[in-house]
Design a protein around this ligand. Structure first.
Ligand code: IMP
Length: 209
């Protein structure tokens, strides 16, 4: 893996520190309510597991899997449910846990879909947010870090299903995506990789995209 990695953007201790802050904020906000965490597979597996363990409130957990990226690396806005929730969220307090908001198309579709099921409340926690997310009108109550446009991997996030188990968020070395046989993802990823920026921790609540 060493040679495939361009840069460690967010090391494990910064991830865990920020997740502990988010967990404390969520604990305080939901102190008198029963909370259901809804993780979005597969990318949110790590943040969901660490966030839930950092919280003091007893929570329930459920999972959804959606597909948004057809063959390229940009959301089409056409989202398909691959795995739906096991539970009924009518009158429940729901917090959607996402790995990253990029175009925001997946999340806005998901929020609309879940909202139509009649939850008592519905909020979103996203570990990472890219600049393009600012162009979409989604309210993300809890954001971990604002990052640049670089395509990131690790801590649940993949490139072609690899690198999810890295304990940090990193960027890929150009040779990993630069010489792909079909060439379909080269432009997007190369542009992103060049734009790696220092991640900025966000205030724990009230960020409107
Ligand atoms: P959006 O609809 O453009 O916001 O895309 C959201 C989904 O795209 C995320 O849940 C990720 O699965 C995936 N995604 C977006 N950016 C990245 C990235 O930099 N690395 C890995 N996956 C990403």
């Amino acid at each position: 893996m060493g040679a495939d990695l361009a840069e460690v953007l967010i090391p494990p201790d910064r991830l865990q520190g920020r997740i502990a802050e988010l967990a404390a904020q969520i604990d305080a906000d939901y102190a008198d309510r029963e909370l259901l965490l809804v993780g979005v597979l597969k990318g949110a597996v790590m943040v969901m597991a660490d966030l839930a363990r950092a919280m003091r409130l007893p929570v329930q957990m459920d999972w959804m899997a959606v597909s948004s990226y057809g063959s390229g690396t940009k959301s089409s806005g056409v989202v398909r449910i691959l795995k739906d929730l096991d539970c009924d969220i009518t009158d429940r307090h729901v917090l959607v846990v996402e790995d990253i908001v990029d175009s925001g198309l997946t999340l806005s579709w998901l929020v609309r879909n879940l909202q139509s099921r009649g939850p008592a409340s519905l909020q979103v926690c996203a570990l990472l947010r890219k600049p393009s997310a600012a162009r979409v009108d989604i309210d993300v109550a809890y954001t971990g870090f604002d990052i640049g446009d670089a395509f990131v991997i690790g801590y649940g996030l993949d490139y072609a299903e690899r690198y999810r188990n890295l304990p940090f968020i990193g960027t890929l070395a150009p040779h990993v995506y630069g010489g792909g046989p079909d060439g379909t993802e080269t432009t997007t990823l190369a542009a992103g990789a060049a734009a790696a920026e220092e991640p900025v921790p966000r205030g724990a609540s009230g960020n409107t995209l």
